[in-house]
Structure formats: C-alpha cells, structure tokens
Design a protein around this ligand. Structure first.
Ligand code: PAF
Length: 280
C-alpha cells in the first residue's frame, strides 16, 4: 500500500491507473477504522481493480462544541488494517492540503441537509457534501463506497452526485453490527461497558417499530412517540425517531411502500445514529 499526503503525490498514481484502464474505487473515512470500514474495503475490492482509502477528520462537518478535537485518531493502527485489507493507496492529507487558505465554496443539498440530523447539527451536511465533492475531484474515482448506517449522509451524497452529474457510482453497504445489534461506529468508544449494553436498545427499538408497521400499524406519529419514550426510559436522550419515505426522507404517508426509520439519541457522551429500511 502506498500512503500519500499530498495531491501532487496522489494524482500521478490515479492517472496511471486510469490510463491503464483500471477501475478505481474510493472509500472515504475519518479513520479509527472498525469492522464497518473493513466491510466497505471488501466491497470496494469487489467493485474495482484499485482501491483508494482516505483518512481525513474533516473539520467542516463538526459544529462548535462538537467532538472534532476528541475524535478518536488511530492512524498507525488504521494504516496496518488498510494494508492488510489490500488497499492500494491511502490518501491522508492535512487540513491545509484539503482546504488551503480561506476557501469560499460550499456544496449544499439544502432540503435534505435541513432534516433529521441537520436539525441539531446545522451545517453538518454542507461540510460532508463539500469534503466528499472535493475528495471526488481529487481522487477521480469510478465508484465510491459508503456505509448505510449514515443513511441521511448516503442520501445527501447520492443526491449531490445526481444533481451535479458526477460520473461516479455510489455504492451503499449494509451496517455492520455487533452481536447485540449495536451498529459499529467510531463513537462507540465513548460508551462505558454498561452504556454499551443499553446502546443495543436503539436497534431493538427500530426493529420493534418496523415489526409493528409490517404487522399493519400505520399510526406513524404514535409509533414514533412510543419509541422516543422507550428510549428515554432506558436512559437515552433521544434526538429524533422519524418514520420516513426512503427516497425523500420526508415523513412517511400511509400509502408509502419503501420506508426508512431514522433515529439519533445521546447515551452518555456518545451521540448514536441508526436506521432500518424496509418495504411494505
Ligand atoms: O462517514 C464519514 O466517515 C464521513 O462523514 C466522510 C464520508 C468520510 C466525510 O468526511
């Protein structure tokens, strides 16, 4: 695996692969890799001849008072894992390399970015769309692989790619969970052991709500209220629990067939997000 830190090092590599007719996959990450990321790498290897992973903790997607400074950084361990996963190239740029001095341009998908996580994290999805757009321009991949745990992020990125005619296939990968059902996340490291067992309730609550819907309950607002209460009673500070149309992420109507339930809740110092998508 070649590790590069600058665009000047990255671009000749990618150009040579593209000229040789190789299909290039990009797996953008913020590091602190876990099984969920390694699954993204596996899918990327199945989809392309060459895989570029990036590690960049992107300051523009963190709001004031959020965990940018404390975000777990484990670069050495990450590099070993990526090399073992047959990654061809790791791009690990500095903030200066990515943003330069006083950048003015922001990529925004405003309607989607204002919903759900966007309500409590204003500006977050502008930061995500901007960095992903920049990484696409830097790496020029044929395809890019993202985890579906961040379902709203995935939808924002797909919409950006569609709206801006970016010639990149966006591939979503199912969430990897531990035995309790808890979705793998770098932020799980903020949880104590006892919080970790409580955390599994988020996925269980999503499953219970999905089961109620598939069994015929269409009272979505009541189901969401019940779920919020169950989470609160278990010790979470829920942010939202929303039953949505899968494509638009707008509130689900009783006639909708493709649904996604999106949830975010604080447990101790960790803000956990999860979702469940299904068809009726
Ligand atoms: O999902 C993440 O890790 C980040 O939001 C991403 C896509 C790498 C952009 O910084």
């Amino acid at each position: 695996m070649q590790t590069v830190n600058t665009l000047a090092q990255l671009q000749p590599l990618v150009n040579s692969w593209r000229l040789a007719g190789k299909r290039v996959a990009l797996v953008p990450t913020m590091g602190n890799l876990h099984e969920g990321h390694l699954r993204l790498m596996e899918v990327a290897l199945q989809q392309a001849d060459v895989v570029v992973a990036t590690i960049f903790v992107n300051p523009s997607q963190f709001g004031p008072g959020e965990d940018f400074d404390g975000y777990p950084r484990t670069e050495q361990q990450d590099q070993q894992q990526l090399a073992a996963a047959n990654t061809d190239c790791l791009f690990m740029p500095s903030v200066q390399e990515v943003y330069g001095d006083r950048p003015q341009t922001i990529v925004s998908v405003p309607r989607l970015a204002s919903l759900h996580c966007g309500q409590t994290r204003p500006g977050h999805f502008d930061g995500v769309a901007t960095i992903v757009c920049k990484l696409f321009n830097m790496v020029q991949p044929h395809c890019a692989v993202f985890g579906l745990k961040d379902f709203q992020q995935f939808t924002v990125i797909k919409t950006m790619v569609h709206d801006l005619n970016m010639p990149i296939d966006i591939i979503g990968v199912e969430t990897v969970r531990d035995a309790s059902g808890l979705a793998k996340s770098s932020r799980n490291s903020y949880l104590s052991d006892s919080e970790k067992s409580t955390a599994a309730l988020l996925h269980q609550t999503l499953c219970q709500t999905r089961d109620a819907i598939t069994n015929g309950n269409r009272n979505y607002s009541e189901l969401a209220q019940q779920a919020l209460l169950a989470l609160q009673n278990a010790g979470f500070r829920p942010d939202y629990f929303n039953i949505c149309q899968r494509d638009t992420l707008l509130p689900a109507q009783t006639s909708d067939q493709a649904l996604v339930i999106l949830a975010a809740a604080w447990l101790g110092k960790a803000r956990l997000i999860d979702n469940l998508s299904f068809c009726l």
